[in-house]
Unconditional design. Structure first.
Length: 142
């Protein structure tokens, strides 16, 4: 069985050294189901696919808001000139520095650069890792 791990919003993780604390960006509270039972821990040597979602830089969010306001304002020169999928992807893409720093952080954590797969829009980095490596990356236990 393959285990897929999705980690969202690792905006600042690339800037942290391995010894600094981890920031929790999202915590999910799941209602307990009577059909759920605690199982054994996942073996640390099991290989899983890890997918990291890189957050959009705040400056890009502000720029996107301006563009969206302009295309929606009848008084604007760009009114009605809607964005293509490519335009939207470019506006919301993480910076090249953010991608480089995240790749460096992963490499410094023992994930080979050659195993990193960066999505077409640069907003996702995926790779295979052991459960033990993934646990260390996000400071948790499964």
């Amino acid at each position: 069985m393959r285990v897929f791990v999705a980690i969202v919003a690792i905006q600042h993780a690339a800037m942290l050294s391995l010894t600094e604390r981890h920031d929790v960006h999202t915590r999910r509270m799941v209602a307990q189901s009577s059909s759920w039972h605690k199982g054994p821990r996942v073996p640390e040597d099991q290989i899983i696919q890890v997918k990291l979602g890189l957050a959009t830089p705040q400056a890009s969010v502000a720029a996107a808001e301006e563009v969206l306001q302009a295309v929606s304002d009848p008084a604007s020169d760009t009114f009605g000139q809607y964005l293509s999928v490519g335009d939207i992807a470019r506006i919301f893409a993480p910076s090249p520095e953010q991608i480089r720093e995240t790749a460096k952080w992963l490499n410094d954590s023992g994930i080979p650069r050659s195993s990193l797969r960066i999505s077409a829009h640069g907003d996702r980095i995926s790779f295979n890792a052991t459960v033990g490596q993934a646990q260390q990356l996000v400071n948790t236990q499964w």
